[in-house]
Design a protein around this ligand. Structure first.
Ligand code: FPP
Ligand code: MG
Length: 421
């Protein structure tokens, strides 16, 4: 099953130049807006402006220092791309006529049923197993559907539970950053000393745990078992992805080694970054009451966007300075990480295999690997891969009715691809 999943996430072919040009052209055609949307942020600015305050009210601990550490990253200038996407998608989903948003709810408040249904036993999964186990989803029609009584009131097209979902996603992401900076022994984030530097490893880890604990309460209060299951799985996925990264690629000396390492990298990237985006997009669609094909499209959109996001991140690590990034640049090779640019260079320079295996630890490895990446156009190839994923994400949006929010989603997808930090 894992192998199938890996195959599904891995690019089937690496684009040649003409293919690349076509891909960019078709991507930009898709994003020609019917209605001009200048700033995707403005459509949900009200919700975005209350994000940090609402998270703050979810956090309150009896211990002032714990509050301070847990809130630390929310006070700096972040991109907040995850909540922005959840809010824009929720608003775009609200344009689907209400009579087509009749997805069965697994809300506990609705769950009075005469006979037990699949999904109500403690061992029954509510979300399709393929989604929970990271297998590329075929469209599995969920037999659990039953009518939702009435949709609660939307404000600006966004349900209160979807707004809370956006806040929860940012809390989970921030918890993972606090932990990640300890693991990476990072010195800065968002142009400030990172949490581990400002407060020490122990407090940074505990603040991350506290955020996760509070996020879990907020998740439970969504009172939707399928959404609870999706979000809980993302937390496990983040850890699995980070663990795969720590363990590094199981590279061997066969001719298949490069391909296997690339598949490992994409799978790790899905777990580490794209699962939070894919499952939160899916959760926003579940909460909207949309039917299964829309829920699936939301999931696949989030998965492709998440993969694009991290691949761009891995590319920027090679191309941008510390000051521009607001965090240490050129960090991946120093951390022993073989990301897309170096994996592409390995195709041309087999000697990189040994360097990857020893995590670039011998003197001169980092510099030589960087030179191979330059000679093999590893950065350019990485960007082409990111374009493919952005394009695949945009295609999923075709299922949604036209709206300003939809145009904003397309814009934000391109912004993720073209970002410089
Ligand atoms: C940033 O990666 C880190 C992540 C996307 C996920 C990190 C996940 C964990 C540490 C597992 C623990 C999870 C939770 C929920 C507590 P990066 O190092 O490539 O990016 P960076 O350059 O921004 O640090
Ligand atoms: Mg890091």
């Amino acid at each position: 099953m894992l192998a199938e999943a890996v195959k599904a996430f891995a690019p089937t072919s690496r684009p040649k130049n003409q293919e690349f040009i076509n891909t960019v052209e078709s991507a930009s055609k898709i994003v020609q807006p019917d209605t001009p949307v200048n700033d995707p942020f403005s459509i949900v600015s009200q919700e975005m402006s209350t994000l940090a305050k609402n998270i703050g009210s979810l956090l309150g601990s009896g211990h002032p220092t714990l509050n301070k550490v847990a809130l630390y990253y929310f006070q700096s200038e972040g991109k907040h791309v995850r909540p922005l996407i959840v809010l824009l998608l929720s608003k775009a989903l609200s344009e689907i006529p209400v009579d087509q948003r009749d997805r069965g709810s697994r809300d506990e408040s609705d769950s009075v049923s005469a006979k037990p249904m699949l999904g109500e036993g403690v061992d029954d999964p509510l979300s399709p197993l393929s989604i929970l186990n990271e297998v590329n989803p075929n469209i599995v029609l969920n037999p659990l559907s039953r009518p939702m009584s009435a949709l609660p009131t939307e404000s600006n097209g966004i349900l209160p539970k979807q707004r809370r979902l956006a806040e929860i996603v940012e809390m989970i992401h921030t918890a993972s950053l606090l932990h990640d900076d300890v693991i990476d022994n990072s010195a800065s984030r968002r142009n400030q000393p990172s949490g581990n530097i400002a407060f020490g490893n122990k407090m940074a880890i505990l603040a991350g745990d506290f955020l996760l604990g509070r996020a879990s309460v907020a998740i439970a209060r969504l009172r939707n078992a399928e959404v609870i299951e999706l979000l809980s799985t993302t937390i496990a996925n983040l850890v699995e992805g980070e663990f795969m990264q720590l363990k590094n690629t199981a590279v061997d000396t066969t001719t298949q080694a490069n391909r296997a390492s690339f598949e490992y990298y994409i799978h790790k990237t899905y777990l580490k970054t794209a699962s939070l985006m894919s499952k939160s997009c899916r959760a926003a669609a579940v909460l909207s009451g949309a039917r299964d094909p829309v829920v699936e499209a939301a999931y696949v959109y989030g998965r492709n966007l998440g993969l694009c996001f991290q691949i761009v991140d891995d590319m920027l690590d090679y191309t941008v300075t510390d000051a521009e990034l607001g965090k240490p640049a050129g960090a991946d090779l120093k951390l022993g990480l073989a990301t897309a640019p170096v994996l592409y260079a390995w195709e041309q320079f087999p000697e990189l295999g040994n360097m990857i295996r020893r995590k670039f630890e011998s003197p001169g490895d980092v510099e030589l690997a960087r030179e191979y990446v330059r000679q093999a156009n590893g950065v350019e190839k990485t960007r082409e891969l990111a374009v493919q994923y952005a394009n695949d994400a945009l295609k999923q949006l075709e299922i949604l009715p036209p709206s300003d929010a939809l145009e904003a989603l397309k814009k934000i997808t391109m912004a993720v691809l073209n970002r410089k930090k």
